[in-house]
Ligand binder design. Sequence first.
Ligand code: HEM
Length: 62
Amino acid sequence: MRAPKGVVLENDAEIAAHAREIYIQAGRSHAMPPGNITEMTVEERQLLAAWFESAAQESATR
Ligand code: HEM
């Protein structure tokens, strides 16, 4: 079965390419994983958001 919307997150390059969508779907909102099927914790979501925000900050100041 293929992941919807061409979102494949199997390696670093694919994760980097979808970083903003991952941030929105799993960091800022709880849309993903659906129904929190993999039981992501609040701490994991905060870590994910911090990861994206620090990377965004870096590229903004470069
Ligand atoms: C932390 C883990 C996950 C991340 C980061 C993630 C990320 C994403 C992203 C970025 C999209 C595209 C959203 C859009 O542009 O509309 C998406 C869509 C989708 N994902 Fe996930 N996903 C995760 C886990 C899962 C799991 C475990 C399932 C299934 C059990 C799943 C099922 C879906 C479905 C069905 C869609 C299409 C939803 C729609 O179009 O409304 N995802 N996901």
